[in-house]
Design a protein around this ligand. Structure first.
Ligand SMILES: *Cc1c(COP(=O)(O)O)cnc(C)c1O
Length: 380
């Protein structure tokens, strides 16, 4: 066990205020700690269909190359993305998950005398990335409870926080954990209203799930807004969370700055080949989107029938208001072999975030809750 704290006084000030990110409970941990067999995990917004078959084949074919360092320039992946998105490869930066890119952008543009803006209830990694640099976080209050996008980003409130010291604004669209989203018109007007010393990080980790005509192709906005950084990931819709690969699309000069800060081999060989293959697997994307749309309805109506409030979500998860402390429900569900995500660390102690699973997994969650609410022991 550690003795008296000898090293905190030596650490960077920003680090002392950090609380480590708490991930969803891994399946193996639940099996170990609770002795539960065959639990299901609806806690980290992973794709229940598993990786695209084309990615698995590409990984198999690349196994013989593992003695060699990966391609540090990620030539094939950047070119495949550039072609797909109709941009120049020099605009693309790949990262060890988009999480790494969020940290890289913070490291590149923030110092202890600058500021970054994000919304209350926004994805927690923004707070962590900002704080580690020693920069000041300005947190905008979220939309109020009666709003159509309750708990979502209030762009007007975010705009009010801009000062001469602002360097970054983080926006998640859709946002995790709230599932809320912003329409094209308001988002575009907001970005256009920012002064040139402010960069906008537009995190579209769930963008591929959004259905509907109001979903903007924000990469097309880059010509007009050189201060925009669009971030996407292969972890969610593309089902490669375990490999860690994401990308940003930006002005080439922004990409060049990020390239100075990143590790030379930040994205491994298997991740690069699997991501390239995933881009070509349109059928997997279609199946995933369709399954998710059905699952959102199944979970939403099922949870509402049990008396929990569920607001509309544009992602592959729902945020359920449990009407009181959510932690006891989380723990009871764990014992029933269902892992969901408590979000008290987001300031939402009366909510659970639940990832859309396969139809039978969604039903297992609902049926466990039905039993618990009826005072019966759920079948594990
Ligand atoms: C999951 C998630 C990410 C990061 O995912 P990576 O696996 O690091 O690519 C980024 N933003 C949001 C909002 C997320 O939910």
């Amino acid at each position: 066990m550690p003795g008296p704290d000898r090293f905190s006084a030596l650490a960077a000030e920003g680090v002392l205020g950090l609380k480590p990110y708490v991930p969803g409970k891994p399946v193996a941990e639940l099996e170990r700690e609770y002795g539960i067999r065959d639990p299901i995990k609806l806690a980290s917004n992973e794709n229940p269909l598993g990786p695209p078959p084309a990615s698995i084949r590409a990984i198999g074919a690349a196994l013989g190359d593992l003695a060699l360092y990966p391609d540090g320039a990620a030539f094939e992946l950047k070119n495949a993305l550039a072609k797909r998105l109709a941009v120049n490869p020099a605009q693309i930066t790949v990262g060890n998950g988009s999480n790494e890119l969020l940290s890289l952008v913070a490291e590149t543009f923030l110092t202890p005398v600058t500021e970054a803006i994000y919304s209350q209830f926004a994805f927690l990694v923004y707070a962590l990335s900002v704080q580690a640099t020693g920069a000041s976080a300005r947190v905008a209050p979220a939309n109020a409870a009666g709003h159509a996008q309750a708990l979502g980003h209030d762009l007007a409130a975010m705009k009010q926080l801009v000062t001469p010291a602002t360097r970054l604004v983080f926006i998640a669209n859709p946002n995790n954990p709230t599932g809320t989203w912003l329409g094209a018109g308001e988002l575009r007007a907001f970005i256009g209203s920012l002064p040139s010393h402010v960069l906008v990080v537009l995190d579209e980790a769930y963008g591929e799930y959004v259905a509907g005509s109001d979903w903007p192709d924000t990469v097309r906005w880059l010509d007009e807004f050189p201060n925009l950084i669009v971030m996407r990931t292969f972890s969610k819709m593309y089902a490669l969370a375990g490999l860690r690969v994401g990308y940003s699309v930006s002005h080439p000069q922004v990409a060049e700055l990020l390239n100075r800060v990143r590790q030379p081999f930040n994205v491994n060989t298997l991740a690069q080949v699997a991501a390239c293959a995933a881009l070509d697997d349109a059928a997997h994307v279609m199946r995933s989107r369709q399954l998710n749309a059905q699952g959102l309805v199944q979970l939403g109506s099922g949870l509402r029938a049990l008396g929990w409030h569920v607001s509309p979500s544009a992602g592959n998860f729902v945020l359920a208001d449990t009407g009181g402390p959510a932690l006891p429900w989380y723990e009871k569900l764990l014992r029933a072999g269902v892992i969901v995500r408590p979000v008290a660390n987001y300031g939402l102690p009366d909510h659970l975030r639940i990832t859309v699973g396969l139809p039978e997994q969604n039903e297992r969650l609902l049926s466990a809750l039905r039993s618990l609410m009826a005072g019966k022991a759920p079948k594990p």
